[in-house]
Design a protein around this ligand. Structure first.
Ligand SMILES: NC(=O)c1ccc[n+]([C@@H]2O[C@H](COP(=O)([O-])OP(=O)(O)OC[C@H]3O[C@@H](n4cnc5c(N)ncnc54)[C@H](OP(=O)(O)O)[C@@H]3O)[C@@H](O)[C@H]2O)c1
Length: 217
C-alpha cells in the first residue's frame, strides 16, 4: 500500500483529501496543531505527524516518522487578505506556507520516490494564482499561488518522468477559508486532487487542473 502525506489535513479540503485516499493508501495527516492532528487522525483511523509549514525544523522529523512518502499533497494554505505593501509579514508567511514549504517537502520526498521509481505530487493551488484568470488573489495569496503554479510548471524538467507533479484548483469550497457561502463541499473540492494522486503512468505532469480538466496558467 502506498503512503500519502497530506499537509494541513486536520480540516477543510485537506481532511477530505485524506478521507478520500484512505481506501487504498496509508494516509498520514500533516498538522501544525498536535491536538487537531491527533483528533483528525482518530476520526479517520490514520496516522498523523506534526508539520508546520512555517517551521522547517518540523519537516525532517515528520518525514522520518512517515518513513517514505509516495504521494505528497501540498494542501496547507493561508489567505491573508491585507494589502501586499502594508503587511510584509503576511507576504513572508504566505510564501513560506504555499511555496517554500512545498518546495522543501518535494525535495525531501523525491528521494524515496526516485528509489521506488514512482511518485505523485499534487499542489493545491487556486485560479486566484492564474495570470490567465487575472491573478485576482488578494494580498500575497495570488502571488504565492502563482509561484506555486510556476514551481509546478518548472519541476518536471528536474524530476524523473515517473514522478508526476501537478497543480489543481478546488473551486470555491465551503471551508473556514472559503466561507459558508461557497457552493462546493470539501469532498467536491478534493475530487481533482484525488484523481491526480492516482494518475496512471501515462498521465500528465507539470499541468494545472480544475474539475479534472486543464486550466490555463
Ligand atoms: N476554500 C476555497 O474556496 C479554496 C479555493 C481555492 C484554493 N483553496 C486552497 O485549498 C487549500 C485548502 O484550503 P481550505 O479551504 O481547506 O482552507 P482551511 O479550511 O482554512 O484549511 C487550511 C488548512 O491549512 C492548514 N495550515 C495553515 N497554515 C499552516 C501551517 N503553517 N502549517 C501547517 N498547516 C497549515 C490549516 O491548519 P490549522 O487548522 O492549524 O489552521 C488547515 O488545516 C489551500 O491551499 C487553499 O489555498 C481553497
Amino acid at each position: 500500500m502506498k503512503t500519502a502525506l497530506v499537509t494541513g489535513a486536520n480540516r477543510g479540503i485537506g481532511y477530505a483529501i485524506a478521507k478520500g485516499l484512505r481506501a487504498d493508501h496509508r494516509v498520514i495527516i500533516g498538522a501544525r496543531d498536535p491536538k487537531a492532528g491527533r483528533a483528525a487522525a482518530q476520526e479517520l483511523d490514520c496516522d498523523w505527524v506534526h508539520l508546520d509549514l512555517e517551521d522547517p525544523d518540523t519537516f525532517a522529523p515528520a518525514l522520518t516518522k512517515a518513513d517514505g512518502v509516495d504521494v505528497l499533497i501540498n494542501n496547507a494554505g493561508v489567505l491573508i487578505e491585507t494589502s501586499l505593501m502594508e503587511n510584509p509579514q503576511g507576504f513572508e508567511t504566505s510564501l513560506q506556507v504555499m511555496l517554500h514549504g512545498p518546495y522543501h517537502l518535494i525535495g525531501a520526498c523525491r528521494l524515496h520516490m526516485e528509489a521506488m521509481g514512482w511518485g505523485r505530487i499534487v499542489n493545491v493551488s487556486s485560479d486566484w494564482g492564474s495570470f490567465a484568470s487575472g491573478l485576482e488573489g488578494p494580498g500575497a495569496y495570488g502571488v504565492a499561488k502563482a509561484a506555486l503554479n510556476a514551481l509546478t510548471h518548472a519541476l518536471p524538467r528536474d524530476l524523473p518522468p515517473f514522478i508526476k507533479v501537478n497543480a489543481m484548483c478546488p473551486g470555491w469550497v465551503n471551508t473556514r477559508m472559503g466561507g459558508s457561502l461557497a457552493p462546493r463541499t470539501p469532498e467536491e473540492g478534493a475530487d481533482t486532487a484525488l484523481w491526480l494522486a492516482r494518475l496512471p503512468e501515462d498521465g500528465p505532469t507539470g499541468r494545472f487542473f480544475r474539475d479534472r480538466e486543464p486550466l490555463a496558467w
